[in-house]
Design a protein around this ligand. Structure first.
Ligand SMILES: Nc1ncnc2c1ncn2[C@@H]1O[C@H](COP(=O)(O)OP(=O)(O)OP(=O)(O)O)[C@@H](O)[C@H]1O
Ligand SMILES: [Mg+2]
Length: 234
């Protein structure tokens, strides 16, 4: 995006490192700014640090060094209540899904809205809409432990999107999907982007960013390697 400097960024990561005990340097002095409403792809080999970066942005992990500002607030200075409020504006599609395995597809997605005391009619409408977008309408009353991994992955994404959060962190959202389902996922993510959502998408799947006009950021061994500003010529 060319106009990201005009508005304050949604995310500002400044010289952040993350060391897991005993001494695993998962992120090494990373700086990255993401504008409000931007869609950014995060690529890199297995173990490069993609999930760690997403975890820092949804407060599942904390940086060992450096500064993270979200919505212009230094997250290390926020009270637990303010962090919780900020977390409510973030939808996360986890790499390992984190679904309630014995609950149905409907229950998993609806719960994310029920905890906000949303109106039941609105919840039902939103869940049906997401399931339709993601090709899962016929699975609505199936327990998620009876689904394929690709189906579970889409339920996880639907749950992340349910409350129309300001920021979506999607960790390998197409990792287990065929071309048709991948297209559905990307159509949904593009629709959210057009409606103003900020998206950070960690992926190995070059098919989803090869034609993109959005930024592609590569991590290698915990280091932010490059930002490719031109379309890839596959
Ligand atoms: N909780 C943890 N404790 C210790 N080391 C960890 C932990 N989580 C991740 N790591 C290590 O940190 C590094 C970065 O891992 P991370 O999960 O961020 O990579 P990734 O880019 O998401 O990989 P993948 O593409 O396989 O999902 C790896 O060396 C990993 O083994
Ligand atoms: Mg990962």
């Amino acid at each position: 995006m060319n106009n990201t400097h005009l508005a304050p960024p949604l995310i500002d990561i400044v010289k952040v490192s993350k060391v897991y005990p005993p001494n695993i340097m998962a992120l090494n002095d990373i700086s990255l700014t993401i504008g409000r409403g931007e869609m950014v792809f995060l690529t890199g080999a297995s173990g490069a640090g993609k999930t760690t970066l997403l975890k820092l942005l949804c407060f599942l992990e904390y940086p060992t060094k450096g500064l993270i500002e979200q919505d212009q607030k230094d997250i290390s200075q926020l009270s637990s209540i303010d962090l919780q409020l900020m977390r409510q504006q973030i939808g996360v599609a986890y790499q390992d899904f984190k679904l309630l395995s014995k609950h149905t597809v409907y229950q998993n997605i609806a719960l994310a809205m029920e905890v906000r005391y949303e109106n039941p009619t609105k919840i039902k409408k939103r869940v049906m809409e997401l399931l339709n977008d993601l090709g899962l309408s016929d699975k609505i009353h199936i327990a998620t432990n009876k689904l394929s991994r690709g189906e579970q992955q889409r339920v996880c994404l639907a749950r992340a999107c349910a409350n129309r959060p300001a920021l979506i962190l999607a960790d390998e959202p197409t990792g287990n999907l065929d071309t048709e389902s991948t297209d559905k996922v990307m159509t949904l993510l593009n629709k959210l982007h057009k409606s103003g959502t900020t998206l950070l998408i960690a992926t190995h799947d070059s098919t989803i960013y090869r034609d993109t006009d959005h930024r592609i950021i590569n991590i290698e061994n915990g280091k932010l390697q490059e930002i490719l500003k031109v379309k890839l010529d596959f």
